[in-house]
Design a protein around this ligand. Structure first.
Ligand code: S3P
Length: 179
């Protein structure tokens, strides 16, 4: 049994981190926090506006600060943004302060879930599929590096995925100080 003070979801855009995370948090009595929403609240601006005005680098700074704040506490389920693992400090903090679940998704499933999305600046272009493919090549090893558990979400509803993940977690994670 792995003790950790928080649960952390990592994985690409469109893997279902927020929808699954919300349900899972309820099941385990954790406070659900979506890191992107937290950044928007703190900044008083949407993710699109942040990218537009301070660029991706400015967004990543805010993302690092948000994760430091959120993972400084206990009893949270934190859904991270798909690019959070790019930063070494984030990876260290995520592992130190959380039991980490990598929610994996295939390209087709991602594209389908993100079809009508206009809130993700990195996808506001015609070659979405190629962008997601390149991100996966780059980021997949990093998701695996931080993960305590990997779960494939393709073909599962958020409710089914949360149930399945809840069962797996029940035998592997308990809330508590990291060992
Ligand atoms: C990003 C993923 C987004 C958000 C931002 C950048 C990325 O989060 O943080 O648009 O680099 O993959 P989700 O994974 O929650 O969509």
């Amino acid at each position: 049994m792995n003790p950790a003070p928080n649960l952390v979801l990592v994985g690409p855009m469109g893997a279902g981190k927020s929808s699954i995370g919300r349900r899972l948090a309820e099941r385990f009595g954790l406070e659900f926090v979506d890191a992107d929403q937290h950044i928007e609240q703190r900044s008083g601006a949407t993710i699109n506006a942040i990218f537009e005005h301070v660029g991706e680098a400015g967004f990543r700074e805010r993302e690092r600060a948000a994760l430091a704040e959120l993972l400084g506490g206990d009893g949270r389920l934190v859904a991270t943004g798909g690019g959070a693992v790019l930063d070494a400090e984030n990876r260290r903090r995520i592992r130190e302060r959380g039991f980490v679940v990598y929610l994996a998704a295939g390209l087709d499933a991602q594209l389908k879930r993100l079809q009508r999305d206009r809130t993700r600046p990195l996808l506001q272009r015609a070659d979405r599929e190629e962008v997601l493919r390149q991100m996966a090549i780059h980021r997949e090893p990093l998701y695996r590096e931080v993960a305590d558990l990997v779960m494939e979400t393709d073909g599962l509803t958020a409710a089914d995925a949360a149930t399945r993940l809840g069962l797996q977690l029940a035998g592997r994670w308990r809330m508590g100080a990291a060992a």
